[in-house]
Design a protein around this ligand. Structure first.
Ligand code: C2O
Length: 477
């Protein structure tokens, strides 16, 4: 069986220098693969230690968030909705992996990643749900039952296409943090499970594999080129330090500048998602392209977006429209319509044809409040036609998702309302290109999706509301 194979890179080479650890796709593994055996051994060993031991399972989870922080420990430190989201979680994974490696007794251990994809496998990997018993350290009952039952996550919840298409780091990071990151959190946790909330997410063993995939997608984004770079000229970003514990329980610090090259600075890299290595000398180009394909982006859109991004931004956002009254989101699609003034219409029309604009077209969803635990997330569409044939995330009208991963309503941060930014520019340019853009309105359609494929959001929620949005503002920045 291929799944248990060790790549040569996983062996120590000599005494002086070893090749980077390789994080592999968990879908290429079984419960008996060395990495999962080692992970299970480590979870057992780490769970036996008290929360006051920095290398214990709970202490590691508490670094992310906790309801009851032990005094003097690093707790509630996770970075979300800011530029440090990717960097902080990379550091967190790095030390956690070292701690697991030591606790497992396997010096070759590397964390697997959860390689879900919209067109491929997207259920919870079998070793994490079977056997569904306390004897299986990868299984926890604090998940959505349908997910532990092997149900598929929805394709739109795991699709990184919108995030990967973003050219600027901030846009990419923010978008990725929503989908697949937050959408997968909510889908696994459901309304009460651990993965849905900051305070409990990292107690679920799948958390770490999910975050490896998010970390991997950062690498995929950089490798896609087209001007996609880290904000390395931002010195406060580069110099920002965060504290963690190493495998000996000692407190250590890393700064962002120390973690940007995984192979040379942190000694790990990612294996490609496919579960086999291509050994043929001549590979059919079409097979290769289906294995490595990213979501297609029209080159004309890229070219336009490129010119826009390279120009210095003009000062001051332009408000194009807003919907100031609260919007209730429930079990059925809801539509929000913003009137566009003649002036705003002009500004929008000028967007793609003015290469000096340097502008972003953004929708800001403000003051988002959850009514109870998350039971659905919402696909968001721009100017969806009246017939709903296009209500699918591959539609040109699809903007992205509204998901609700965050602090628990029961936690100490409960009053925090969420804000989400949605980048409208790629969708707008696409709709213009397809001659489907009507300048007179900006309409958003929120389409509820249950966390597992084929389940009805309407049936789950009934007449209840899932969340409200205080205000939607559309502006050019
Ligand atoms: Cu800090 Cu996926 O969470």
């Amino acid at each position: 069986m291929l799944s248990g194979l060790r790549l040569p890179e996983n062996r120590p080479i000599g005494l002086l220098k070893r090749a980077p650890f390789v994080r592999q796709n968990v879908y290429c593994m079984t419960s008996y693969s060395p990495a999962l055996v080692a992970y299970k051994n480590a979870i057992n060993a780490m769970s036996a230690k008290p929360a006051t031991d920095p290398t214990s399972w709970l202490a590691q989870a508490n670094i992310h968030g906790t309801y009851s922080p032990p005094a003097g420990m690093i707790t509630d430190a996770c970075q979300h909705s800011n530029l440090f989201f990717l960097a902080w979680h990379r550091m967190y994974l790095y030390y956690f992996e070292r701690i697991v490696r030591k606790a497992s007794g396997d010096p070759t251990f590397a964390l697997p990643y959860w390689g879900y994809s919209p067109t491929g496998t997207r259920n919870l990997p079998a070793p994490f749900r079977l056997p569904a018993a306390a004897s299986n350290p990868l299984y926890v009952s604090q998940r959505l039952a349908a997910i532990n039952g092997g149900g598929n996550l929805n394709a739109s919840a795991v699709d990184a296409g919108v995030a990967l298409a973003a050219l600027a780091f901030a846009g990419f990071s923010g978008s990725l943090e929503g989908t697949p990151h937050g959408a997968v959190h909510g889908s696994v946790g459901g309304s009460t499970g651990w993965m849905s909330f900051f305070e409990t997410a990292a107690q679920d063993p799948i958390f770490w594999l999910h975050h490896c995939n998010i970390d991997r997608l950062w690498e995929v984004w950089l490798a896609s080129g087209g001007g996609r770079i880290n904000p390395t000229t931002n010195t406060s970003w580069m110099g920002q330090p965060y504290p963690f514990y190493d495998e000996n329980g000692a407190q250590v610090n890393l700064t962002v500048s120390q973690i940007l090259d995984t192979a040379t600075q942190l000694n790990y890299r990612y294996a490609a998602p496919a579960c086999f290595r291509i050994v043929a000398t001549r590979v059919d180009a079409t097979i290769l392209s289906t294995l490595t394909r990213q979501p297609p982006i029209d080159p004309r859109i890229l070219a336009i977006a490129d010119t826009i991004q390279k120009r210095p931004p003009r000062p001051g956002p332009i408000l194009l429209g807003q919907e100031p009254s609260a919007i209730q989101l429930g079990g059925r699609p809801s539509e929000v319509r913003l009137a566009v003034s003649a002036e705003a219409k002009q500004v929008i029309t000028a967007l793609p044809t003015d290469p000096r604009s340097g502008r972003q077209l953004v929708a800001v969803l403000e003051d988002i409040r959850l009514a109870g635990g998350p039971m659905v997330y919402y696909e968001v569409y721009l100017n969806l036609p009246a017939d709903t044939a296009d209500t699918v995330y591959t539609s040109p009208h699809y903007i992205g998702n509204l998901e609700f991963f965050g602090p628990s309503p029961e936690g100490r941060h409960r009053e925090q309302a969420k804000v989400r930014n949605l980048d409208l520019l790629p969708v707008y340019l696409r709709l213009r290109q397809l001659k489907r853009w009507n300048d007179d309105t900006i309409r958003f359609t929120f389409v509820p999706r249950a966390f597992t494929e084929g389940q009805s959001a309407a049936r789950l929620l009934g007449s209840r509301s899932q969340a409200s949005i205080g205000r939607i503002v559309v502006r050019i920045e």
